[in-house]
Design a protein around this ligand. Sequence first.
Ligand SMILES: Cc1cc2nc3c(=O)[nH]c(=O)nc-3n(C[C@H](O)[C@H](O)[C@H](O)COP(=O)(O)OP(=O)(O)OC[C@H]3O[C@@H](n4cnc5c(N)ncnc54)[C@H](O)[C@@H]3O)c2cc1C
Length: 279
Amino acid sequence: MHAVVCIKQVPDTTEVRIDPVTGTLDRRGVPNIVNPEDLHALEAALEFRDRFGGRVTVLTMGPNFAASALRECLALGADEGILLTDRRFAAADTFATTYALWTAIQKIERERGPVDVVLTGRYALDGDTGQVGPGLARRLKVPLLSYVTAVESVDFQARRIVVRRHVEGATVTLESRLPAVLTCSADLNRVRYAPLPALLAAQEAEVTTWTVDDVGADPEQCGLKGSPTIVSKSFVPEPRAGSCRFFEGEPETAAAALVDFLIEQEKIPGFELAGAKEA
Ligand SMILES: Cc1cc2nc3c(=O)[nH]c(=O)nc-3n(C[C@H](O)[C@H](O)[C@H](O)COP(=O)(O)OP(=O)(O)OC[C@H]3O[C@@H](n4cnc5c(N)ncnc54)[C@H](O)[C@@H]3O)c2cc1C
């Protein structure tokens, strides 16, 4: 079994700031973490390896300091961390990100053997598009199993997997051939803790670093050059003016005062509620 887990280092905040001039994320002063759902993708891969043996490779595209995210994954038990880093990868949209990751997965297959499953998070905390997993499946020409909340069964010999996924209020059970791309939800599993010795050892662990040339990528399809997305404008919406009013007293008195107020303000038609108020 060989699983490749794509992880992204993201700012530890849900309040993403956008640089109004460049239209890119402003990460200044915000600590970085591994995208939370990517840890669930890693946990799923580690559970496969616990059961079937094999290898878990963790892959990220990012700046040099993204190596720390890979080291966190090594502490959790990943066998190898690969960092795609090169100025020419910078400012990639999801299309160019997917291209870069795809070239790296092809190199992994050439040099480390066939990949049985690629796992990603459902979406990244900052970019939040949820497009990278589906884009990878398309480029790799393998089935996509998105929003996975449970792996019901997997057989790497027979190359079959059965998963549950949430879609618009329903749960769907899907059987697929392998290899496939799975985008993983936080409901999928509980992420294990890294033992202290592993955490300490990972601080010094080697991370494999690949550039555009190493993966044989076309520079025209990488980074900003390879990104068809244009941010034409970015802005913080004006806060809406609003006010808050409290109706105090016993529940009946407060409710009656609220109803009177709403009728007065013409927010609700008075005649419909007159009977209810008396009752
Ligand atoms: C206006 C705007 C500005 C942006 N500026 C920046 C910026 O300055 N810096 C920046 O880093 N990003 C920036 N991005 C986001 C950038 O486009 C995305 O990081 C990238 O293309 C991935 O898209 P996403 O974050 O939506 O990932 P999603 O598609 O939501 O991610 C799904 C999963 O794909 C995997 N994945 C995603 N990205 C990577 C990666 N790089 N390496 C490995 N696995 C990955 C992870 O498993 C992740 O959970 C910006 C996006 C927008 C909309």
